[in-house]
Design a protein around this ligand. Structure first.
Ligand code: ADP
Length: 348
């Protein structure tokens, strides 16, 4: 077992209306200072603190997608190929750029996000390891209102209720039972599954009358490698979880955007359970971590405090009107950096 703390990278959404009176970025020192006048009308901030200073592992300000991948994706993907579990997830308020970061802009190849780039790196790098035989499968789940949907199943999401179970296996860690795993033999295969899942998600959105910013999505690459040289039957297996979380804004604001209270409550609950898990891990160590309170925290048990190299991209939208969410994201991100995982190569 090796200790590996969760890395946190802040990414700002580019904007012409940058909150220069409220935010001071020092890209060299990787710090961000936030100033809020005491008479601010922004709820939670009022009467609390005027100045905050945060330091993170890295800062991506007006960064192109390629740079984002080089900093956030490359190393984790490489260690997943070696047999470690990995997780990259995007956190932040709706509109801050989580989907842009994870999936990317569809218009142009150079705008593709972390998921397609990770797929590409994996298939490229396994080709350079002819001494191993790799089997790569993909799965794609969505968590919406505390139900887990299999986005690659032939059964439409609206008819899947209850078919998925999350289990904690002593050998494999978290296993999602009943989930469709699709064998992928090429980058194109794995990308097709990603698009297939996105399409199913969109269809379900219309059927259930829901909005994609209200659900959590996890695209996972499951990798098995067998040595062709060693005489032993050793199999190394690992997973790469790529997670696009629902918007972290609170009910007050989501309500005003016309979303249902039930949805907002589920989101607030699962993200606040995630906060509770992170607080438990960052303050009290490993005892009594409330993973089972929600599907999201249970599915991400290996990723947060378990056997996984994990990186969180905290997306912020640095405009004056989003200071409350920005501070809330930066505070959560600071806690996340205190979470220490213990990683090991999984050998069968
Ligand atoms: P979220 O998933 O957090 O709700 P999105 O990724 O959908 O946010 O981003 C909201 C909008 O901002 C989209 O139109 C997206 O293309 C744009 N956007 C976000 N981040 C960037 C960025 N770094 N560069 C260019 N456009 C961005």
């Amino acid at each position: 077992m090796v200790k590996s703390t969760v890395k946190v990278v802040i990414r700002t959404r580019p904007t012409a209306n940058f909150a220069s009176k409220n935010l001071k970025l020092d890209l060299e020192k990787k710090t961000i200072e936030v100033f809020i006048p005491k008479d601010s009308t922004q709820g939670m901030i009022n009467n609390q603190q005027e100045n905050w200073k945060f330091k993170f592992d890295d800062f991506l300000h007006n960064a192109p997608q390629e740079e984002v991948y080089n900093i956030c994706g490359q190393d984790i993907v490489r260690s997943v190929i070696e047999g470690y579990n990995g997780t990259i997830f995007a956190y932040g308020q709706t509109g801050a750029g989580k989907t842009y970061t994870m999936s990317g802009g569809s218009q142009n190849y150079k705008f593709r996000g972390i998921i397609p780039r990770a797929i590409s790196q994996i298939f490229r790098e396994v080709q350079n390891k002819p001494e191993f035989s790799f089997t790569i499968k993909v799965s794609y789940v969505e968590i919406y209102n505390e139900l887990v949907y299999d986005l690659l199943s032939t059964i439409p999401p609206s008819e899947q209720a209850g078919s998925i179970m999350i289990q904690d296996d002593s050998k494999y860690g978290i296993v999602v039972k009943g989930l469709t795993l699709v064998m992928s033999t090429s980058e194109e295969d794995a990308l097709n599954q990603l698009f297939e899942g996105e399409t199913n998600r969109t269809i379900a959105e219309h059927k259930l009358n829901k909005s994609s910013t209200r659900s959590h999505c996890i695209y996972t690459l499951h990798i098995e490698s067998r040595s062709r040289v060693e005489s032993s039957e050793k199999v190394v297996f690992s997973k790469l979880n790529l997670v696009d979380l629902a918007g972290s804004e609170r009910t007050k604001k989501t309500g005003s955007e016309g979303l249902t209270l039930t949805e907002a409550n589920f989101i607030n609950k699962s993200l606040s359970y995630m906060e509770q898990v992170v607080i438990a891990l960052s303050e009290k160590g490993r005892d009594h971590v409330p993973y089972r309170q929600s599907k999201l925290t249970y599915i991400l048990k290996d990723s947060i405090g378990g056997n996984s190299k994990t990186l969180m991209v905290a997306n912020i939208w640095p405009e004056p009107e989003h200071m409350e969410e920005t501070i809330s994201t930066l505070r959560f991100a600071t806690r996340m950096m205190r979470v220490s995982n213990e990683i090991t190569i999984n050998v069968e």
